[in-house]
Design a protein. Structure first.
Length: 254
């Protein structure tokens, strides 16, 4: 698969990333999440829930999105971060991917927000977007890392003054269940309205390939269909590959 840009990678991963993120939020709420801790620059991460805690050592600190300098700083470029061998292996995997495909956002130590979210050149968009400031930047970086590394879980942490730290990790109790037509359409529209997805059709086709394990069905030119256990989703695209119409038929797709 040709990957000519950072945004292509984000579009490929966006719906799956948002589905995973929502699942994690739901589980943390069920478990009565209280706080997180790290004592070693995110080489391990401990989540505290009501009555118990969960510690994870297979973590990789990717970097920080900071609203002050309006930039994302990769952990490998931060002189204050000493990556463990396991963390460095994940960072190297992302860096090698970026070098192979010529993607500067993955190979430049400090990346301006506007390179990751071009719409942030407009101050009003940056401050009033669905996920404003550093959060959307963090989400895009984490989504790209999910696709590149295959690590299933991620954590974006507010570390003060609006800065967000991005961490990937593995959690045996945070696995996605069967894909759902209802969940898919909700996460797709969230990614579009939240400025995460730019090429809507690419995002849909990539989700079908990576999550469903099969391509979309071409109903007619500009119209595709995705089949789930709980229904079908039909999407019309305009000439710019944007969603023009979306219809979900729930109640069993097979």
């Amino acid at each position: 698969m040709t990957v000519p840009s950072f945004q292509n990678v984000v579009d490929d991963a966006a719906v799956l990333f948002l589905e995973t993120h929502q699942m994690q939020d739901n589980r943390f709420e069920e478990w009565e999440y209280q706080r997180w801790d790290t004592a070693d620059q995110f080489a391990s991460l401990e989540f505290h829930f009501a009555g118990h805690s969960s510690k994870h050592s297979d973590t990789a600190f990717l970097g920080t999105a900071a609203p002050g300098p309006q930039s994302f700083l990769w952990a490998w470029a931060n002189p204050h971060v000493e990556a463990s061998p396991a963390q460095q292996a994940v960072l190297d995997q992302i860096l090698d991917f970026g070098k192979h495909h010529g993607i500067p956002e993955l190979t430049t130590g400090e990346v301006p927000f506007t390179a990751i979210v071009p719409a942030y050149a407009d101050d009003e968009v940056r401050h009033n977007g669905a996920k404003g400031g550093a959060t959307l930047v963090a989400f895009k970086i984490a989504a790209a890392a999910l696709l590149i590394t295959g690590r299933p879980n991620h954590f974006t942490a507010d570390i003060g003054r609006g800065s967000m730290a991005i961490v990937t990790y593995n959690h045996g109790s945070l696995q996605l269940g069967p894909a759902s037509a209802l969940t898919f359409q909700m996460r797709l529209m969230e990614g579009i309205s939240g400025l995460m997805i730019e090429n809507h059709r690419r995002a849909v086709e990539s989700y079908a390939r990576f999550r469903l394990g099969r391509p979309v069905t071409d109903v007619q030119p500009g119209v595709v269909e995705l089949t789930f256990d709980d229904g079908k989703v039909t999407i019309d695209f305009d000439e710019a590959n944007r969603v023009a119409n979306l219809h979900a038929s729930l109640g069993g797709g097979k």
